[in-house]
Write a protein that binds this ligand. Structure first.
Ligand code: FE2
Length: 203
C-alpha cells in the first residue's frame, strides 16, 4: 500500500500554483515519521512559505530588527504538528493540538526553544513572547489573508523600536506588505484544500 499523497512529496516537491518553498528536510522527515495527514503537511508548507516571505521583507525593510530566522522557519513548519494527535482540529476549532504538539516535539528531541512555537502559536499576549513568536503567529494568519489588529500592532511596535521610525509609518509599510501577501491567499487555500484530511491509500 502506498499513500497517494506522499508526505515527502507534499513537503518537498516543486509546486507551480502557487510556488511554495519546500519545507526543511528534517521537518519533512519528521512529518513522514509521525504520519502527518496530507492536509496538515500542506498547511505547514503554506505557512512556512509565508513566514519566509515575511523574513525576506523584514531583512529589506528593517535590517536593524534582530530575528532568529531559523527559529521562525522551524516554528512555522511545525506549529500545528499536534494535529497529528488531534485530527479533528484540522477541520474544526480546538486547542488541544497546541500543548500536544509541543510535547511531541520535545519527545523527539527538539529543544524547548524550538518546540515552544507548537505550544504558543495561538496566543501572543503572554509573558515571554518574542518577535519570533509574533512572526510565526502572523504567518499563520496572513497565509489565508486573515488580519488580526492586536497581533499586527505588536509587530509594528517591534519594527518601530528597531528602526526608530514612527509607529504609523511602520504600520503603513507592514499593511502594504501583508496586503500583497494576502492577495495570493486564494491560491494557497485552494492548494491546501486539494490535500485530504486523512491519508488516501491505494493497493
Ligand atoms: Fe496553522
Amino acid at each position: 500500500m502506498t499513500a497517494v499523497f506522499d508526505t515527502l512529496s507534499i513537503a518537498l516537491a516543486e509546486t507551480s500554483d502557487p510556488p511554495l518553498l519546500p519545507l526543511p528536510a528534517d521537518v519533512a522527515a519528521l512529518l513522514a515519521d509521525v504520519g502527518a495527514p496530507p492536509r496538515l503537511v500542506a498547511h505547514l508548507r503554506a505557512v512556512h512559505d509565508v513566514a519566509a516571505q515575511l523574513l525576506e521583507w523584514l531583512g529589506r525593510h528593517c535590517p536593524g530588527l534582530t530575528v532568529d530566522r531559523a527559529a521562525v522557519l522551524f516554528g512555522a513548519a511545525t506549529h500545528d504538528i499536534g494535529k497529528v494527535l488531534h485530527t479533528g482540529e484540522l477541520s474544526g476549532p480546538g486547542a488541544r493540538h497546541e500543548e500536544a504538539g509541543r510535547e511531541l516535539l520535545l519527545a523527539r528531541g527538539v529543544p524547548p526553544e524550538l518546540a515552544r512555537f507548537a505550544g504558543g502559536h495561538a496566543s501572543w499576549d503572554g509573558p515571554g513572547v518574542g518577535v519570533e513568536d509574533l512572526l510565526v503567529s502572523l504567518a499563520d494568519k496572513v497565509w489565508k489573508n486573515k488580519r488580526v489588529a492586536d497581533l499586527e500592532d505588536l509587530v509594528v511596535a517591534e519594527l518601530s523600536r528597531a528602526s526608530a521610525r514612527p509607529a504609523w509609518q511602520e504600520f503603513l509599510a507592514l499593511d502594504e506588505f501583508l496586503t500583497a501577501v494576502g492577495d495570493h491567499a486564494d491560491r494557497r487555500l485552494a492548494w491546501q484544500a486539494t490535500h485530504p484530511l486523512t491519508p488516501v491509500l491505494r493497493g
